[in-house]
Design a protein around this ligand. Structure first.
Ligand code: SAM
Ligand code: SF4
Length: 429
């Protein structure tokens, strides 16, 4: 979502006559889009701001955008006095007028209101990838997980109308995009605010019918709102990529309760069973937090057994990071950092073994990939399967023409913990 926010900000600036330069040193205006989901990401912003100021900051205008801006607000001006603009993502609709204030020489401009019905829906998005486009369908979050800053930094949930999402998908298809990724903190909590009142499963099915669109992905789903109709929609249209990212956070009901995740291990596993029983083989990925306050060794063991049970294709794992304005901040029984690090290592080792095994099952199969790049060092092309696996492959010499953006069938010949390798079946489609 942050990457896509940056695309929208760049598009808005270009439309106002700004020009993008290759390095921050050449820029007159430097914008940092920030993440505050964990403390490390937040600290990085301040380190970068300080370094830049010393080295080459003279005469430049600095802006801090995103979740650190929303969270720290005007305190950023105290910590980094050379910053002139501080704006959270819920205020980006006002970005053009904030830029005018900056151009007029205003030294301190803020956009920190969360009180907006509008999503940052701009015609000026400048997309980084020429084949895959992001579409935000829902902003903010109405849940209140005990560890998470998102409801505070991105505000309450606001969905876009289904028609506006489809219109954007059609425009993208007409300009050559073939893959669309629908975005939201809880993308499946989507509810069309127009009288049509589509739910997420309906929107998915309609987006997959847009002519020219060959792949539709979505992220991130909250297990509580993950209904069977989503799996049914995926099952009936192969344009909907066969991958579900379903963050579980913990395998222990005690910890899930303390996290206020609104589901139990058993309810989560029920959803996993729907996905596993689909006719198409779906890839499953998740997010896990280790070391949440009060997480015992037995709780952690339950997360490990969940990994055995589900057999995820990949996962993102995090050490719990205390965040401001969250309920977990006041919780007792903090886990020492060294213990969090140990649990993270144990978790990742277990998952690595699972991935080695699961990826090996693909050897010999034929997979369709969207070609995303070329690695000159190895001579291999980089493709992505519908299941979102990276598949590096060789292709017969073709006079130096780029394959990027094409769909190819690739025979898998080798596998590792994080990717597959193979040879193209040479029939470029
Ligand atoms: N809305 C999604 C959900 O409910 O699953 C998750 C969105 S969050 C931006 C992405 C991931 O960051 C979460 O799934 C969680 O694993 C991780 N995360 C969030 N807050 C965290 C914290 N305080 N410490 C460590 N990891 C955190
Ligand atoms: Fe954060 Fe929970 Fe909302 Fe996800 S559902 S963004 S983890 S508060």
């Amino acid at each position: 979502m942050n990457a896509h926010d940056s695309e929208k900000v760049v598009g808005t600036l270009l439309a106002r006559g700004y020009r993008e330069v290759p390095t921050p040193e050449e820029a007159d205006l430097v914008l940092y889009n920030t993440c505050s989901i964990r403390d490390k990401a937040e600290q990085k912003v301040f380190t970068r701001l300080q370094n830049f100021k010393r080295e080459a900051g003279k005469g430049k205008v600095f802006a801090v955008l995103g979740c650190v801006a929303q969270q720290e607000g005007e305190r950023i001006f105290e910590r980094a006095p050379h910053v002139s603009l501080v704006a959270g993502s819920a205020s980006y609709t006002r970005l053009p007028e904030m830029l005018v204030q900056l151009e007029e020489g205003n030294r301190r401009v803020t956009g920190l209101s969360l009180d907006t019905d509008e999503t940052f829906d701009t015609p000026f998005t400048r997309r980084d990838n020429p084949h895959r486009a992001y579409i935000t369908i829902i902003e903010g979050c109405d849940k209140s997980c005990a560890y998470c800053v998102v409801p505070f930094t991105r505000g309450p949930e606001r969905s876009r109308t289904g028609e506006s999402v489809l219109a954007e998908a059609r425009r993208l298809a007409e300009s050559g995009y073939t893959e669309i990724q629908l975005l939201g903190q809880n993308v499946n909590s989507y509810r069309d605010p127009s009288p049509a009142a589509w739910d997420f499963a309906t929107l998915l099915a309609r987006t997959a019918e847009v002519p020219g669109i060959r792949r539709v992905r979505y992220t991130t789903s909250h297990p509580r709102d993950f209904i069977k109709a989503i799996v049914d929609a995926m099952d009936s249209n192969p344009v909907l990529c066969n991958h579900v990212h379903l963050p579980v956070q913990s395998g222990s009901n005690r910890v899930l309760g303390a996290m206020q995740r609104l589901y139990t291990r058993e309810q989560y596993l029920e959803r996993i069973a729907w996905i596993k029983n689909a006719r198409r083989k779906m890839a499953l990925t998740t997010d896990i937090i280790v070391g949440f306050p009060g997480e015992t060794e037995a709780d952690f063991e339950e997360t490990l057994t969940l990994l055995d049970e589900v057999q995820y294709d990949s996962l993102f794992s995090f050490k719990y990071s205390p965040r401001p304005n969250t309920a977990a901040l006041a919780m007792e029984d903090k886990i020492p950092d060294a213990e969090k690090a140990r649990r993270l290592m144990v978790l990742n080792e277990k998952q690595r073994a699972i991935q080695i095994r699961r990826n090996a099952e693909f050897i010999g199969s034929l997979e369709e990939v969207l070609v995303e790049g070329h690695n000159p060092a190895t001579g291999q092309w980089i493709g992505r399967t519908s299941q979102n696996r990276t598949l590096n492959f060789t292709h017969p010499p073709n006079g130096g023409a780029s394959l990027v953006g094409r769909y190819l069938n690739v025979r898998v010949t080798r596998s590792g913990p994080n990717s597959l390798a193979g040879e193209s079946a040479a029939n470029v489609m």
